[in-house]
Design a protein around this ligand. Structure first.
Ligand code: SF4
Ligand code: SF4
Length: 485
């Protein structure tokens, strides 16, 4: 049945299915047309002081990003998130899954840090330091400008028939994109499994590292897909941080903003017209050249106000400053400013909300530092051997068998001894002395024998001290099972 007949039968569309107002930027995204098709963006190459600043920041970040896996502290990676083996290294310190409290606190601290930073400075992180934006705008996009030229040439090439020249340019671009994605994919893999394991995958017989090779290809294709095709959509649709901004930003947050009080009402610029003549026509400083829109990598018009797509990349600030220089007006029609800064001329305010966030941040930070400073050198767990009850032993004693798990969290070998504390009995480590190499874990069986006279009940609590020499490293609590009394 045709849709019109269907409507006639069922009546008017429910009010919730509101028609899209295509003149209102809030009603649709800038990168989709009325049919919902993706509108490919060809942003103009930015230039200006902020772009130069971002280029310097990018160089530093790229060195850190790609050099990170090669840096070791105390023989451990600077950063390693080995989810497979559940080993984590931060600034050369190895963390184990048993350090879950440290992780939880660290994660909370990270989230709170984001909240404070975003509440004060908006999405500065996104535009200047997020790996997605840094790699997309400052690496892949620059390669694209180098091969295909600026926005106008890219559009022309896109519309042109598939000639040898177009094949050549597109082939070179996508070949380089793939090669770069391969490097990025391998770098990510190095952060997960460590550079030594990655070197083994690269140098060994490929048949012995099928899983590693599969991930290498997978990561390469994912990054190629993101940087060659998905691009700004990753920030608009996928990144949860971008979605958070609506709850974190307020009228005192510093964002990339258009000074509408100074810019409106917009009007074309005429060379012959003086500033007084423009003012007499109620015209502001915005000459409606749309240069700020044409450089925007997310395709938005910042003059509409703060929008979720804006990654604070500052390209529009540079574009507008250049225009202001040309027409002899002060820079900063688009600038870093808060809504209150623009509307009321207020300077950056430390609001109670930011102060509150900072207090929580400090408390979490202090908690984390305390936990790290008091972190035990080892992690010991003692569990009763599965299925084993008490056994009669020599001299009328009763024995219980336990399974001991030990992790050496330090960078040096540790020799560990166990002592029964507060209860008379004997403790024997089956396997002799426990020598733990640096950052390794081991398991051993432990036999405890106690005379029934020493036992208060069928389940007697025991405390076992874990020592290295004379130094007590940890106390373990367990239960000794004996006959009911
Ligand atoms: S670049 Fe500046 S002057 Fe040109 S449209 Fe944008 S805000 Fe107006
Ligand atoms: S509006 Fe300006 S700061 Fe925001 S993404 Fe576009 S160019 Fe970058």
């Amino acid at each position: 049945m045709p849709p019109t007949d269907q409507r006639a039968k069922t009546g008017p569309a429910p009010s919730s299915l509101k028609e899209t107002d295509w003149s209102d930027f809030r009603d649709h995204i800038a990168t989709a047309d009325k049919e919902g098709r993706r509108m490919w963006l060809f942003p103009k190459k930015p230039r200006g002081r902020f772009y130069r600043g971002r280029t310097w920041v990018t160089w530093i970040l790229l060195v850190i990003m790609f050099g990170g896996p090669f840096i070791k502290i105390n023989g451990n990676p600077l950063l390693m998130v080995n989810i497979v083996e559940r080993r984590f290294s931060v600034l050369g310190v190895i963390f184990w899954p048993q350090d879950n409290l440290v992780f939880a606190l660290g994660f909370l601290l990270f989230l709170m840090g984001i909240a404070v930073f975003t509440a004060a400075f908006g999405r500065l992180w996104c535009g200047w330091t997020c790996p997605q934006t840094v790699l997309m705008e400052m690496v892949f996009r620059k390669l694209e400008y180098w091969i295909e030229g600026d926005a106008g040439s890219q559009k022309a090439l896109d519309r042109a028939p598939w000639t040898a020249k177009k094949f050549g340019k597109r082939g070179l671009k996508h070949g380089l994109f793939l090669a770069l994605s391969f490097i990025i994919g391998n770098t990510l893999l190095a952060y997960i499994i460590g550079i030594d394991a990655l070197k083994q995958i690269v140098t060994d017989d490929p048949r012995t590292h099928i899983t590693g090779l599969v991930f290498m290809v997978l990561f390469t294709l994912v990054f190629y897909g993101i940087f060659a095709r998905f691009r700004e959509q990753a920030c608009t649709f996928i990144c949860p941080y971008g979605r958070l901004q609506s709850t974190l930003l307020d009228e005192n947050t510093i964002v990339v903003a258009y000074d509408y009080r100074r810019g409106e009402q917009r009007g074309r610029y005429r060379r012959s017209e003086t500033i007084q003549q423009r003012s007499s026509k109620q015209l502001g400083d915005c000459i409606d050249c749309r240069n700020c829109v044409s450089v925007c990598p997310t395709g938005i018009d910042i003059r509409d106000g703060t929008q979720m797509e804006c990654v604070n990349c500052t390209a529009c600030i540079d574009a507008c400053d250049e225009v202001m220089d040309k027409i002899g007006r002060p820079r900063g029609l688009i600038r870093f400013a808060s809504l209150n800064g623009i509307e009321k001329g207020q300077a950056l305010q430390v609001t109670p909300r930011i102060l509150g966030y900072c207090v929580i941040l400090l408390l979490l930070g202090a908690g984390l530092v305390t936990m790290l400073l008091t972190r035990s050198d080892i992690d010991a767990t003692l569990l009763r051997a599965p299925g084993a009850l008490f056994q009669p032993a020599a001299e009328g004693k009763i024995s219980n068998l336990y399974l001991l798990k030990l992790i050496n969290k330090t960078h040096r070998p540790i020799s560990v001894q166990l002592k029964l504390e507060g209860t008379r009995g004997t403790l024997t480590t089956l396997g002799g002395q426990l020598d733990l190499p640096a950052e390794q874990q081991t398991e051993a069986s432990v036999l405890i024998e106690i005379s029934p006279d020493e036992l208060a009940s069928g389940n007697t609590p025991l405390t076992i001290g874990v020592y290295s020499g004379e130094r007590k490293l940890q106390s373990i609590k367990t239960i000794f099972v004996g006959p009911r009394k």
